[in-house]
Write a protein that binds this ligand. Sequence first.
Ligand code: SAM
Length: 353
Amino acid sequence: MSGLFLFCRPGFEGECAAEMQDKSAQLGISGYAKAKPDSGYVVFVTYQVEDAVTLHERLAFAQLVFSRQWFIVLAMRNDLPVTDRITPICEALSALPGPAADLLLETPDTNEAKELSGLCRSLERPLARALEQQNLLQRQGAPDITLHICFLSATAAYIGYARSANSARWAMGIPRLKFPPQAPSRSTLKLEEAFLCFLDETEREELLHTGMTAVDLGACPGGWTWQLVRRHLYVTAIDNGPMADSVMDTGLVTHLRVDGFRYAPEAPVDWMVCDMVEQPIRIADLVARWIERGWCRYTIFNLKLPMKKRYLEYQRCLALLDERLRSAGIGYRVRAKQLYHDREEITVFLARD
Ligand code: SAM
């Protein structure tokens, strides 16, 4: 079989499949998506492997919202002998275009699949050695290719590869972030992941530094504000609820108990971040207003998707933003992703040119 293997949040297989179907149709490549509810992955089947390669080359991974990680499938083996899984995996990888520089052993992000992580760990070294002996893996000097082996069970795996520069940096698309003990809420990890996902190292240095200013709409108890103050930004935190002392004690935060939809900054700020739980289209409208009026240059916000028609709702919000900013003659770039630390929501980064 040939196609693309896409990791997604369990429960979002329909959105991941619909998005891939749309993108491949836009590129004029036929195929169909196979998705099992709550499996944590989608396989987009193409009629020939060249089509999967073309999709992987022409489609920027960063454009995919509902996919956490992806790779080109060279084979699906559901008969891996428990006594020797390595030989058939190496055979499947003999169709590689050249040696790869890295190897990832992965599973979908489900509780059942996580039980396979021990198997992945125990197989990693011997498999790497066998691949090196066959010149399929060459840690230094090889092109920017990563091998992916995704185990669905102890005897079944999808086997393939991806260009590292056009895929997620982390195995399964899951960054391993440690919860900082001083942060007041776990949602702090969402903003940290968003900064890692949407900005490269240089951008993080240039766009998040001492003396910059930010507004955090729906800030309490302060997990997102904490990410901003630890980078020494001045933050105006908007929320009727209480802010944690650990954040207020930094001296960098002004807390205003006002409605985030009515608040207007006295002077433009660099960043507006927004984690208010509201209808996504209201948030998109609010963000459009902030950008149109020049109140901020950069924004990161969440869209809490409804239970039904989530993909359509995301498209509706992005279309609203596009229409409003284009008609105001404002250039911008936008990226959206369902981050690992997101649940029913997606996170969006927008920068005014
Ligand atoms: N980002 C926060 C953190 O990391 O700690 C968590 C935010 S919590 C998910 C959503 C917050 O939005 C709540 O504290 C709620 O009071 C606030 N909120 C909801 N609607 C609001 C509004 N119209 N104006 C201001 N805050 C609002």
